[in-house]
Write a protein that binds this ligand. Sequence first.
Ligand SMILES: NC(=O)c1ccc[n+]([C@@H]2O[C@H](COP(=O)([O-])OP(=O)(O)OC[C@H]3O[C@@H](n4cnc5c(N)ncnc54)[C@H](OP(=O)(O)O)[C@@H]3O)[C@@H](O)[C@H]2O)c1
Length: 328
Amino acid sequence: MKIAIVGATGLVGRNIIKLCEKNFNEEVEYNLFASKSSEGKKITINNREFFVKELKKENIEEYDISLFSAGGERSKEHAKDFVKNGSFVIDNSSVFRMNEDVPLVVYGINENEISSDSKLISNPNCTTMGLVMALKPLHDQYTLMSMTPVAYQAVSGSGSEALQSLNNETLISDELDSDYEDTYYPKPIARNVIPLAGSLTDNGYSDEEMKFVHESRKILAIPNLIVEPSNARVGVRTGHGTFCSAVFENEIDVEECSKLLSDFEGVEVWNDSLPTPLDVEGKNEVLVSRLRQGLSSKNILNFWVVSDNLLKGAALNAVQIAKFLEKL
Ligand SMILES: NC(=O)c1ccc[n+]([C@@H]2O[C@H](COP(=O)([O-])OP(=O)(O)OC[C@H]3O[C@@H](n4cnc5c(N)ncnc54)[C@H](OP(=O)(O)O)[C@@H]3O)[C@@H](O)[C@H]2O)c1
């Protein structure tokens, strides 16, 4: 089998490589792509050496599965050429997510929407993915009607450059103040919370907030789901956390919610300790905690969910889809 990894030198790409090593047999031939500046870099996979190629039309061959995490512009320009050459493409960018003919897949929720004709498959937004993993078993039981998610997004969600900025700002230590300008975000992120994640759109919500709205509706197949999102960027390295207030058509039972969540593959409920981004870093599972019935209605569940944005939020879900495709 031939697998292409586009964006192989990035935060997501490197996690994809580690997961492929664990999940595919050692005979797989890997084709690694990145920008011109990474051309010729050597990456060892299963004790074999592979060299990074520049992503350009002339270098694209026939692959079985291609995993894209090199930013939206690269997906827009090249994903369809990979498909034309016979490959399935699993894309981590937001470019194709809302296209009607492109499945938006969270493995464990809706992978059955994939058929052998689904040549292009989108991996959802990292914050949305963690949240819907918790919502799915609750929706199946009580029918989700509306939700108010408040997200605390980690810096690695913005890629290597943002992480480098966090590291630099952390080294400045006590000297860092809000006027410091050599930053990836409009304000320093070390020791800080910026009450906006992503870019503002015309309606005053950020693109990250609007992904909660559109992508949750598509993944959970609830076209009229009401979503009132607020997303902040926090000085955390990895692990997006979300407090969510979810309103259901039916009265919820907190103990039953806890059991439904614990029984759902890929979710862990922590009752005796509080799951934080540091707890979830490097973990495949989505962690849920602080389940409480609403104060104003018995149909509301308030809870906390945290997941590794580079794993279930990106690389792990992409590789789970790739394994699913291998068996199609
Ligand atoms: N980080 C997350 O939590 C997360 C979650 C879900 C989805 N995503 C999506 O995944 C993608 C990558 O994210 P990341 O965090 O891995 O970013 P990153 O660490 O900045 O890595 C970017 C990757 O894209 C490659 N690249 C950049 N410009 C290129 C070009 N002109 N041609 C070919 N390759 C190019 C880079 O190659 P060089 O090393 O050669 O520059 C690198 O391999 C983005 O679309 C992002 O939205 C990220």
